[in-house]
Design a protein around this ligand. Structure first.
Ligand SMILES: *Cc1c(COP(=O)(O)O)cnc(C)c1O
Length: 416
């Protein structure tokens, strides 16, 4: 499939876009508007993923491998747990690093390792506010032809997130940066713009603007919506905890592909740029502020560029609301389920949407396992959160991260 850049530069194939990440004109790659899919859909996540993604990979070098890529990447399920007759939690945290980013990162890694030229070593450079780094590290861990360098803001990720980031070793290096997430992102951008550095180390990006992460995320919305309909419920609406808007944009694309999806509602933390944008039509990026839902601490969501390009009348396709830390705490404390701080934003926004009169079936995307945020959740609910086996395994390994100052020189020294 030919994909195009939001900034109008030349079209490339989907495989090229997956290799490149960002378009050379600085834009984000977009697939053309898809004809509605007709199925057959089967009843499993993986079958549905292949059916949904096959047209995107038509005429691509990866087409013949799509089945294997999905089998390799989606080694865990995305079940919807019904907590009331008309309310579900879409559990996206059953992967190795216990957050939804495992789906996209593992799909991207499976694609890139097939597109990689033999004998080359690519350096995947990634800035993380918490969950991306671990998902990318896990997806590329011990993969021949790749090394991974993760930058995270020292002291601003949860203790378990920090442990996870430093626990891989081998071809994965964790750098704890004396600064904020914005500093980490700035360093990564500076490294990519430094031609000599970028060429010398064959730098590749794995951040959430990559189509290789965005497209596979449609699969669990297809799975959840079709499963709700099979249960005899109408097309469900989704509330999606949102930071960079990658997860929610995938839901909008799934809806565009004809999946039975009703409303899409964004739930952010106190970084309320998206809620203000949807309410006023004015997009005013800000610097991010630290909240309990740290993976959503984003002041300038990168996928807004895709949203505005595809849906100029944004308020027609999404609504949005934001939740402060105090309400996140209260929601975790009073919820019937044990939920992470990000999922709590979704649960609270659903409560408000329902209070405002919304009817029908609603599903909240549960984006991370609460055990990743035990230091926040346990004091609120007054009991320990059971740790899933994959997370327990990572936490049992020793961890190491190298401290660096937030300068390109310091990063360059770590690259060589
Ligand atoms: C990354 C992340 C989000 C935000 O997802 P976006 O695609 O950036 O909107 C929400 N919750 C958790 C747990 C995350 O890791």
């Amino acid at each position: 499939m030919r994909v195009f850049s939001t900034r109008g530069g030349s079209e490339v194939t989907l495989s090229q876009a997956i290799s490149l990440g960002l378009a050379p004109d600085g834009g984000l790659y977009m697939p053309p508007v898809m004809p509605a899919h007709v199925g057959p859909w089967g009843d499993e996540l993986r079958t549905r993923a292949v059916t949904l993604l096959r047209p995107f990979f038509a005429d691509e070098p990866l087409a013949a491998d799509l089945d294997t890529i999905i089998q390799e990447a989606f080694t865990f399920d995305a079940p919807t747990r019904w907590i009331a007759e008309d309310t579900g939690l879409l559990e996206l945290f059953h992967g190795p690093t216990a957050a939804f980013k495992d789906f996209g990162a593992r799909f991207l890694a499976a694609c890139l390792s097939r597109l990689q030229q033999p004998g080359r070593v690519t350096t995947v450079l990634v800035a993380t506010s918490g969950d991306t780094g671990a998902a990318v590290a896990s997806a590329f861990h011990r993969r021949a032809g790749f090394r991974v360098i993760i930058l995270y803001p020292d002291g601003r990720v949860s203790p378990r997130q920090a442990h996870q980031l430093g626990a891989f070793g081998d071809n994965v290096t964790a750098l704890r940066v004396n600064g904020t997430f914005d500093d980490c992102q700035r360093l990564v951008k500076a490294a990519f713009s430094d031609r000599a550095l970028s060429a010398q180390h064959a730098l590749a990006s794995a951040n959430s603007i990559s189509l290789g992460r965005l497209l596979p995320q449609m699969a669990y919305y297809a799975h959840a919506s079709l499963s709700a309909v099979t249960r005899g419920q109408g097309a469900p609406s989704f509330v999606i905890p949102t930071g960079n808007l990658g997860n929610a944009f995938a839901c909008l694309l799934a809806k565009e592909c004809g999946l039975p999806i009703d409303r899409v509602v964004l739930a952010t933390n106190a970084n309320r740029v998206l809620a203000d944008f949807v309410a006023t039509g004015r997009y005013e990026p800000k610097s991010s502020i630290a909240t309990l839902a740290n993976a959503m601490d984003v002041g300038a969501p990168s996928n807004v560029e895709r949203l505005r390009h595809r849906f100029p009348d944004v308020a027609k396709v999404v609504s949005a609301d934001w939740v402060d830390d105090e309400t996140i705490r209260a929601t975790i404390k009073h919820s019937s389920e044990i939920i992470c701080p990000h999922t709590a934003c979704g649960v609270e926004v659903l409560r408000r949407v329902r209070a405002a009169g919304a009817k029908g079936t609603w599903i909240v995307a549960a984006t991370a396992h609460p055990a990743k945020f035990d230091s926040i959740v346990e004091p609120l609910i007054g009991r320990p959160v059971p740790v899933p086996p994959a997370l327990a395994e990572i936490l049992s390994r020793p961890a190491h991260a190298t401290p660096i100052e937030p300068t390109l020189e310091a990063l360059a020294a770590q690259l060589s």
